[in-house]
Design a protein around this ligand. Structure first.
Ligand SMILES: [Zn+2]
Length: 145
C-alpha cells in the first residue's frame, strides 16, 4: 500500500492534467473533486478540492454518526485564492495545492483514535470520548445517542 502522500501526489497530478483545476479558464464555481485514502482505516477517509468563486477550497468529509443515515458533511480547512494561483507558475501551483492537500490529510489523520475495545481506528465524530468508538459505546450507553 502506498503512503497517503504518494496516493495524493498521483491523484492530484492526474486531476490537474485532466481538469486544469488550478486555472480560471474553466467556470470557477461548482466542481468538487473527491479523493479517498486507502489502507489507513476501515472506512477510508475522504478529502475534497472544490472550485469556488474565491479560489480552491480544500477539506475533508466528516463521517455521519449513523452509518445508514445522513450523508457526509464537507469540512473546509483551507482556501487557496485565485490571485495566488494566477501569480504562480504551473509547477508552483501544483506544489502549493499538493502541500495544502497533504497538510489537510495529516491534520485529519491526527484526529483519528484507536478504540480500546475493538482496536478499530475512528474519527472523533464516530466515537464516544477519546478511547471508545461509536459501535462499542452504543450498547453501553444507548441514552447518550
Ligand atoms: Zn470499538
Amino acid at each position: 500500500m502506498k503512503s497517503s502522500k504518494a496516493q495524493a501526489v498521483r491523484w492530484l497530478s492526474r486531476l490537474m492534467q485532466r481538469e486544469q483545476i488550478d486555472t480560471l479558464e474553466k467556470p470557477a464555481e461548482g466542481n468538487v473533486f473527491l479523493f479517498t485514502i486507502e489502507g489507513f482505516c476501515e472506512q477510508n477517509p475522504t478529502f475534497f478540492i472544490c472550485r469556488k468563486e474565491e479560489g480552491l477550497r480544500i477539506g475533508y468529509h466528516s463521517v455521519s454518526e449513523n452509518p445508514s443515515g445522513s450523508p457526509p458533511v464537507p469540512v473546509e480547512r483551507h482556501l487557496i485564492e485565485w490571485h495566488v494561483l494566477e501569480s504562480s507558475t504551473a509547477t508552483e501551483r501544483q506544489e502549493r495545492i499538493l502541500n495544502t492537500l497533504v497538510a489537510t490529510i495529516r491534520a485529519r489523520k491526527k484526529q483519528y483514535r484507536t478504540c480500546q475495545y475493538c482496536n478499530v481506528k475512528y474519527p472523533p465524530e464516530r466515537g464516544s470520548g477519546q478511547k471508545t468508538c461509536y459501535n462499542c459505546a452504543a450498547p453501553r450507553s444507548p441514552a447518550a445517542f
